[in-house]
Write a protein that binds this ligand. Structure first.
Ligand SMILES: [Cu+2]
Length: 184
């Protein structure tokens, strides 16, 4: 077995361990006010084409070959059929007031988890499928309000203090990644 194959197997084992851990965390107790609801961000970015266009280390190699190239991601979005493997899971989260929403990026590239009044387009026009950008995504990462909702690959952010009612979140890069949080 050569070194590259060994590395791939080790990386695969780590990715599977991470997936198991994430699944284990998806079903927290909702019995107390201080519970945590876990959301996972997923994608299948192709490191070769993403990093050639966007810079080294933008897309990590986490999907063991199940890649979508950068050109295909844009083509799918333009056709109105955005890639379903860029996704927040679950799509709807029910929590009690006082709970924490924790969002972990288990994909290969950065995302944002940005609260919006209404779902719409993000700050990368070519990924919007013709939808207008929502004002909450305006300015992209040059806008500190957007930048602070960014989740880098392998990291997580926590949302606290959500008021009772419905809250909508989307990724300002891939705006078909959407979550509705219902706070009771
Ligand atoms: Cu995204």
């Amino acid at each position: 077995m050569n070194t590259v194959v060994k590395f791939a197997l080790i990386a695969g084992s780590l990715a599977l361990a991470g997936a198991t851990l994430a699944l284990a965390q998806e079903h927290p107790s909702h019995h107390h006010a201080s519970s945590v609801a876990q959301i996972v961000a997923l994608d299948e970015c192709d490191p070769a084409t993403f990093n050639a266009a966007l810079g080294p280390d933008f897309c990590k190699n986490v999907t063991l070959g199940a890649f979508t190239t950068l050109d295909n991601l844009f083509a799918e979005a333009a056709a109105g059929t955005p890639d379903p493997n860029w996704d927040f899971e679950p799509d709807v989260v029910n929590i009690k007031e006082g709970s924490t929403v924790s969002v972990v990026d288990q994909g290969g590239e950065p995302h944002t988890f940005t609260e919006v009044k209404q779902f719409g387009g993000g700050f990368v026009d070519g990924l919007n499928g013709g939808q207008a950008m929502v004002e909450e995504c305006s300015g992209g990462f040059g806008n500190i309000a957007v930048a602070r909702t960014r989740i880098l690959q392998g990291s997580h952010i926590e949302i606290t203090g959500l008021s009772k009612g419905e809250h909508l979140f989307e990724c300002c890069i891939h705006p078909w990644m959407r979550v509705k949080v219902e706070v009771k």
